[in-house]
Design a binder for this molecule. Structure first.
Ligand SMILES: [Zn+2]
Length: 377
C-alpha cells in the first residue's frame, strides 16, 4: 500500500477554501484532510491544488502543431480540411509518437485527465489508447465513425452520396465503443440529414456517451445539436440566453475553449451567461494545432477575459471537467482520487502571494510544480 502526506496551504472542496494543514493519500485516494498547521513528515510542502481536467482536446493533430491560421473550416472541417488531409497521410508510428508528446506535456503541466475527440474511427481510437499508456494521465476517448476504417471521416459526411448504409455505421459505432467511452462528432452541419441523429441514438444504445460540437462558427447548428440531447456540448460560442437555459434545463455540461476561439477569431463564448443560467462549464484547450495542452495558460486567459470569481475559473479547469466526464477527481476532499499537485509557494513567481487562490488562478505556471501525482516533475 502506498501512503504519503502532502502539506501546506490546501485548496479544499468545491470552493477551494484555503486550509493550512495536510492531506493523507493511500493507494491513490485522499483518505483525510486535516487542518493542522504544524510540521508533518510530508512528501511535499507548498500549495496543494487539484490537478486539471482538460475537458476538450484533439491531440491527433499533434502532428500539425503550427499551421497558419486561416478560416477554421479549411483547417478542421471534415472531410478535407487541412488537418484531415494530414492525418490521412500520417502513419501509425508517427501519430502515436506525436500524441505521446502531448500527453507527456499534460503530465508536466498538471493535467490528470483529458477528454479527446479522436478522429479516424476504430484505428484512431486504438492509436490514442496506445499513446495513453506513456503517462499516468486518464484519457477519456470520444471516437468518431470514419466509414472507411481510416482517418478520412468522410463516408458519413456531406460529400458522399452513399453514406455507407446505417448497418455499417452501427457496426462501426459498436466496435469503437468497445474501446472508447463515447462518440464525439463535429457539427451537425457536417452530416447529411439524419446521420448525426443515427449516431447519437446508436451510441446510447451501445452504452456510450454522445458529445458534439455546436455553435462554434455561428449559431446555425445549436438547435439541431440540442435536439440530440447530448451528454456533453463543445464550444457554444454563439449560444443565446435561451439556448443556454435549455442546456441548463437538460443538465448538459459545456466545454468551452477560449484560447482556441480567440485564435480562430470565431468569437468569445458567453461564459458569464452560462454560469448565470446554471450550466456546468468546463474548460478545454481544443486542437493541438491551435493551442498547447497547458491548462495553466488556459486558466490565465479565462481569468483575464471573463468577470468570474477565482473559484469559478479554477472550477472550470478542474471539478467541472471531472463532473462532465464522470471522474472522481478535480477536488480535494476525502474519498476523491488523489490527483493533486503541490506548487512551490517560495518560487520566484509565487513568493509573497497574499491571496493564495487568486495567485494560483492568475499567475501559477508549470515551473511552480514541486510534486504532481500524474507526472515526474
Ligand atoms: Zn473540438
Amino acid at each position: 500500500m502506498e501512503e504519503y502526506l502532502l502539506s501546506g496551504s490546501i485548496l479544499c472542496g468545491d470552493d477551494f477554501e484555503v486550509v493550512e494543514g495536510y492531506i493523507c493519500i493511500s493507494d491513490g485516494v485522499i483518505t483525510d484532510v486535516c487542518e493542522e498547521p504544524g510540521p508533518v513528515d510530508a512528501l511535499a510542502h507548498g500549495i496543494v491544488v487539484p490537478c486539471f481536467v482538460n475537458a476538450h482536446t484533439h491531440i491527433g493533430d499533434s502532428v500539425l502543431k503550427d499551421p497558419r491560421v486561416t478560416d477554421i473550416a479549411s483547417l478542421v472541417q471534415p472531410p478535407d480540411g487541412l488537418k484531415h488531409r494530414v492525418l490521412r497521410t500520417t502513419g501509425m508510428y508517427d501519430l502515436v509518437r506525436a500524441m505521446q508528446a502531448s500527453i507527456r506535456d499534460m503530465a508536466a503541466t498538471g493535467t490528470c485527465a483529458f477528454a479527446d475527440f479522436r478522429e479516424g474511427g476504430l484505428r484512431g481510437v486504438q492509436a490514442l489508447q496506445q499513446a495513453a499508456s506513456c503517462a499516468p494521465v486518464d484519457a477519456v476517448i470520444f471516437g468518431r465513425p470514419a466509414g472507411d476504417g481510416g482517418d478520412g471521416d468522410d463516408a458519413y459526411g456531406m460529400d458522399d452520396a452513399d453514406m455507407g448504409g446505417l448497418t455499417d455505421l452501427k457496426d462501426e459505432i459498436g466496435s469503437i465503443l468497445g474501446c472508447a467511452g463515447g462518440i464525439g462528432i463535429s457539427s451537425t452541419n457536417d452530416y447529411k440529414d439524419g446521420v448525426a441523429a443515427a449516431i447519437a441514438e446508436h451510441a446510447r444504445k451501445c452504452g456510450g456517451r454522445f458529445a458534439i460540437h455546436a455553435g462554434e462558427l455561428d449559431s446555425t447548428d445549436i438547435k439541431d445539436a440540442l435536439a440530440l440531447n447530448p451528454d456533453l456540448l463543445i464550444h457554444l460560442t454563439h449560444a443565446s440566453t435561451n439556448d443556454l437555459c435549455q442546456v441548463s434545463d437538460h443538465d448538459i455540461p459545456v466545454a468551452v475553449c477560449l484560447q482556441s476561439n480567440l485564435l480562430t477569431r470565431v468569437g468569445i463564448p458567453p461564459v458569464e451567461t452560462m454560469f448565470a443560467a446554471g450550466v456546468t462549464v468546463a474548460a478545454g484547450t481544443d486542437n493541438v494545432m491551435f493551442n498547447s495542452v497547458d491548462m495553466f495558460a488556459e486558466m490565465r486567459f479565462l481569468s483575464s477575459v471573463f468577470t468570474l470569481s477565482e473559484q469559478q475559473v479554477l472550477g472550470m479547469c478542474t471539478r467541472s471537467g471531472a463532473l462532465a466526464l464522470g471522474l472522481n477527481c478535480g477536488i480535494i476532499e476525502m474519498g476523491a482520487d488523489a490527483n493533486v499537485m503541490v506548487l512551490d509557494k517560495d518560487s520566484y513567481n509565487l513568493v509573497g502571494a497574499r491571496n493564495i487562490l487568486r495567485s494560483v488562478v492568475r499567475r501559477a505556471r508549470a515551473g511552480d510544480i514541486l510534486f504532481c501525482s500524474c507526472g515526474n516533475v
